[in-house]
Write a protein that binds this ligand. Structure first.
Ligand SMILES: NC(=O)C1=CN([C@@H]2O[C@H](COP(=O)(O)OP(=O)(O)OC[C@H]3O[C@@H](n4cnc5c(N)ncnc54)[C@H](OP(=O)(O)O)[C@@H]3O)[C@@H](O)[C@H]2O)C=CC1
Ligand SMILES: O=C1O[C@H](COP(=O)(O)O)[C@@H](O)[C@H](O)[C@H]1O
Length: 514
């Protein structure tokens, strides 16, 4: 079916009773609807096994939708009119037959010509659901798109099997593998920063850069998702997908165009230059109770098997064996139940040559993905006054002060809109997945075999003992002088009207740059 024509979609959310649907999918669809990115005649059908009456379904859909104005309230009333819910099984025909009947009725009145199936489901049911969708709800004369949520397998072998099974049902054109980090504003900004600025483009290589850290920290633990998490662990949950996507966009060569295939060709190429992660380049941790005993340890989660050795924290160093990056360590660190929430890329430059000036700290470019989106460059400056003392300062592009009235869209809004527009650029291609799993599968096997034991760390701490040494071993050098990114100070955050108060202990942490 032609993609040029503007299509009216019917959106089906499979797994509509779940956590992701409630927290992300419905709010994102509402955001698009409210801002007229979604045609006002679009129908949204929720499908899951749970029986829900209308009030319960509406409560589920709206629970995480934030309304500020009367217009928002009005838009929600209109949005809910477009939503319906159907309960049914995932592995039998009858539910999908009923879904088909409902879709045909909707399409008769709305004249929708396209169907978007959003699988907000655990991976165990991806294939049974995709099989039934193909059998009962695939219309040859309609435009079909299928959004699949991560995780895409457990390792190289299972990922290939999933790709093969899904590929037998839907074409690569129809499949949209979502990694929501690709929809985040600062991740989308990476290509612009690199390829639209001579000052960045020219230093983006091993001659100038000493090491790179990509950090993902969460304050929350597994929070009832322990059953899912224990099967996957932090490397599969966050590092192999979200963090590797960031690394790929940060390191790939310039694509021929911004077209989806050109961008993804470059991403695959750089991934293929990364050898599997070595055992000695990994540090693991698992959180225990907080020091005051108020927050539970990982093993206190009833859904986690007793004595589990699943890592909730991981640091791993990767290398890219190509002309641009050879010898530069890329230190990836991620963890749950830590002292703060942040995702950032920290690019540390080499030391200044010569001995003209002493006590210099290295330049750093920090790309703050969340929260408090920003790009800042740490530089050495003359301390104002008589004398020639140097001091660390920064060139700071903080979004809250620079882009006063702009709204940063939710990652899921951005990605759902891309899929409606048929743009695959920010979705994961099958060969990209293959290349990513090749890097991680050997170390995951080593971890699964219990050959690397996670070091305990207290809930709310900076992570396991040894993190500082691990970073130093891989080249990261802390500055000589104290430095606090101003946006991170309480005064800075309040002055900009930030909702989030940044605690004093977080300031301390920023100073240590971990
Ligand atoms: N939650 C999150 O924050 C994120 C989730 N994801 C991914 O999104 C997908 C959905 O996640 P999430 O919503 O958290 O998952 P849930 O565990 O909430 O599952 C979604 C729905 O699937 C059904 N379901 C749950 N377990 C099973 C099972 N064993 N067999 C069959 N059906 C089941 C349930 O619906 P019912 O019983 O009514 O049929 C449930 O409401 C997953 O692939 C996850 O990895 C990705 C990023 C973030
Ligand atoms: O995919 C996942 O991401 C979330 C973190 O997403 P964010 O947008 O809030 O940064 C993580 O909590 C979850 O464990 C993981 O499955």
């Amino acid at each position: 079916m032609s993609e040029k024509k503007k299509h009216l979609y019917t959106v089906v959310v499979l797994g509509a009773s779940g956590d992701l649907a409630k927290k992300k999918t419905f709010p994102a669809l509402f955001g698009l609807f409210k801002n007229q990115y979604l045609d006002q005649n679009t129908h949204i059908v929720g499908y899951a096994r749970t029986k829900m009456d209308r009030p319960k379904f509406e409560e589920h859909v709206t629970k995480h939708i934030k309304l500020k104005t009367q217009d928002d309230h009005d838009a929600l009333t209109r949005f809910l009119r477009q939503c319906s819910y159907l309960d049914g099984q995932y592995d039998t025909d009858d539910g999908f037959q009923a879904l088909e009947k409902s879709l045909v009725d909707i399409e008769k009145s709305s004249r929708a010509t396209a169907r978007l199936f959003y699988m907000a489901l655990p991976p165990s049911v991806f294939i049974p659901v995709a099989t039934n969708l193909k059998k009962h709800n695939y219309k040859k004369d309609a435009l079909i798109r299928l959004i699949v949520e991560k995780p895409f397998g457990m390792d190289l072998e299972s990922s290939r099997k999933l790709a093969k099974d899904l590929g037998a049902l839907f074409t690569e054109e129809e499949i949209y593998r979502i990694d929501h980090y690709l929809g985040k504003e600062m991740v989308k900004n990476l290509m612009i920063l690199r390829f639209a600025n001579v000052i960045f483009g020219s230093v983006w290589n091993r001659h100038c850069i000493d090491n790179v850290q990509i950090t993902f920290k969460e304050k929350i633990g597994t929070e009832g998702r322990g059953g899912y998490f224990d099967e996957f662990g932090i490397l599969r949950d966050v590092m192999q997908n979200h963090m590797l996507q960031i690394l790929t966009l940060m390191t790939m060569e310039p694509p021929i165009s911004l077209g989806a295939e050109d961008v993804r060709d470059e991403k695959v190429k750089v991934l293929r230059f990364i050898p599997p992660i070595a055992k000695e380049d990994v540090l693991l941790g698992q959180y225990t109770k907080s020091e005051d005993g108020k927050e539970p340890g990982y093993l206190d989660d009833k859904t986690v098997p007793k004595g589990s050795k699943t890592p909730t924290y991981a640091a791993a160093t990767l290398y890219i064996h190509n002309e641009r990056w050879s010898g530069v360590p890329f230190i990836l660190k991620c963890g749950k139940a830590l002292d703060q929430q942040k995702t950032e890329i920290r690019i540390q430059f080499k030391d200044v040559s010569g001995n003209l000036l002493s006590k210099l700290s290295r330049n750093e470019i920090v790309i703050r993905v969340q929260p408090q989106e920003a790009v800042y460059v740490k530089i050495m400056n003359k301390e104002p006054g008589l004398g020639m003392k140097t001091v660390i300062s920064d060139l700071d592009l903080s979004y809250s002060s620079r882009f006063d009235n702009s709204v940063i869209p939710e990652a899921y809004e951005s990605l759902i809109l891309d899929s409606l527009n048929g743009d695959h650029s920010n979705f994961v291609r099958d060969d990209e997945l293959d290349a990513a799993w090749k890097i991680f599968t050997p170390i995951l096997k080593t971890i699964d075999n219990g050959e690397i034991v996670p070091v305990p760390y207290a809930f709310g701490s900076r992570g396991p003992k040894g993190v500082t040494e691990f970073m130093a071993k891989h080249g990261y050098m802390r500055g000589e002088q104290d430095y606090v990114w101003p946006q991170h100070s309480e005064a800075g955050a309040n002055a900009k009207g930030q909702e989030q108060k940044v605690a004093k202990d977080q300031q301390k942490d920023t100073r240590t740059d971990h």
